[in-house]
Design a protein around this ligand. Structure first.
Ligand code: TXA
Ligand code: MG
Length: 326
């Protein structure tokens, strides 16, 4: 995989490869995406193959601006227009009824499509230069932690991805908020760093939360998604020291906490992570990758606060911890 910079000639090479149907990883403000020409079904199929992702899990289509929705969405309700005006470009994905330009391979055969206008300046510049839409899931193998730097992408893939545009570390750090506007009532399918209350204010109605095992198939909704290799356990702050001590009796431990350790131990690697939600989100995936790197027997994560600012972080941590004890 070639690591490209971000000047005009790099963007032109990337756009040229995309036109040829090849895969290029791109920075977005949330996480890196593995991009393919959304109008080329063979190219999109290559994304599924590279990720090892089941064909029935739909991918998000990235557009340069809200004015490009036509053809990709069939029916754009007023609430979607309002959310687009308020939050695009930005970390929000809208699920809408699919338009005629959407191939089955993008939606996994579903009648809806996920659309997003990313804010990252490199994603924006590439979309404009490319001149079309880019289908892009997060640039990780299926079930792995999403990448927030170009180096993470390089760790995930070999030659099936021709290049990564290195746009630095992602600013948001967690995947976009997903709102489903294809049905009767708007639903929050995946919490992100745009607060649900801010979305509700814009659309003037409450957002229903999608029940766990229902609704459109979305791989981000599988319980064990976003998981590191080592088993991950969430531990209440007040139980952390005792749990670390107990885990050290049987093997090496990595700890993620919003404070430093009380005592040092050569089998324990302690990762201090920011205690503001926004900073925590930005650092989480890179920190999980570092914690996982030396193959600890377990990763213990100090549970994070309740409260709306932490909703998306709680969601990702819960999924990373799910189904890992067996
Ligand atoms: O921030 C993001 O959304 C990143 C960047 C690269 O844009 N992308 C991302 O893509 O997280 P991915 O494929 O890893 O996750 C997209 C989620 C999946 O859970 C997928 O199933 C869901 O969006 N999704 C896509 N189209 C959908 C649809 N029509 N209905 C329901 N869920 C959909
Ligand atoms: Mg993903």
């Amino acid at each position: 995989m070639i690591r490209l910079g971000i000047d005009a000639s790099d963007l032109e090479r990337a756009a040229g490869w995309l036109r040829e149907g090849r895969l290029v990883a791109i920075p977005t403000e949330t996480v890196y995406g593995l991009a393919a020409d959304a109008a080329n079904p063979d190219a999109v199929r290559r994304v599924f193959a590279a990720k090892g992702r089941p064909a029935d899990h739909p991918v998000i289509v990235h557009l340069p601006d809200a004015g490009s929705l036509d053809g990709w969405a069939a029916d754009v309700p007023a609430a979607a227009r309002r959310l687009a005006a308020a939050f695009w470009p930005g970390p929000l994905t809208l699920i809408l009824k699919r338009g005629p330009r959407v191939d089955d391979v993008i939606t996994g055969g579903q009648s809806t499509v996920g659309l997003r206008v990313p804010a990252h300046p490199i994603a924006q510049a590439l979309l404009k230069r490319f001149g079309g839409a880019l289908a892009a899931p997060s640039a990780n193998r299926f079930g792995h932690v999403s990448p927030t730097t170009a180096a993470h992408v390089i760790d995930e893939f070999d030659d099936e991805v021709v290049a990564v545009l290195d746009g630095g570390a992602c600013d948001v750090g967690l995947e976009s908020t997903i709102v489903d506007l294809s049905g009767d009532a708007p639903r929050l399918l995946r919490p992100g760093m745009i607060a649900a209350a801010d979305l509700e204010e814009v659309i003037g109605m409450p957002l229903a939360e999608a029940p766990e095992n229902e609704g459109p198939r979305a791989s981000g909704r599988l319980p064990s998604h976003y998981a590191p290799e080592a088993p991950l356990r969430l531990v209440a702050p007040e139980a952390l020291d005792a749990t670390v001590a107990e885990a050290l009796e049987t093997g090496s431990v990595a700890v993620l906490a919003r404070r430093g350790p009380d005592a040092l131990h050569d089998q324990c690697r302690w990762f201090r992570i920011a205690d503001r939600a926004e900073d925590y989100a930005r650092e989480l995936y890179a920190t999980l990758r570092r914690a996982d790197a030396r193959g600890p027997a377990v990763i213990l994560v100090e549970a994070v606060p309740e409260g709306p600012d932490w909703q998306a972080i709680r969601d990702r941590l819960r999924r990373a911890a799910a189904d890992r004890d067996d």
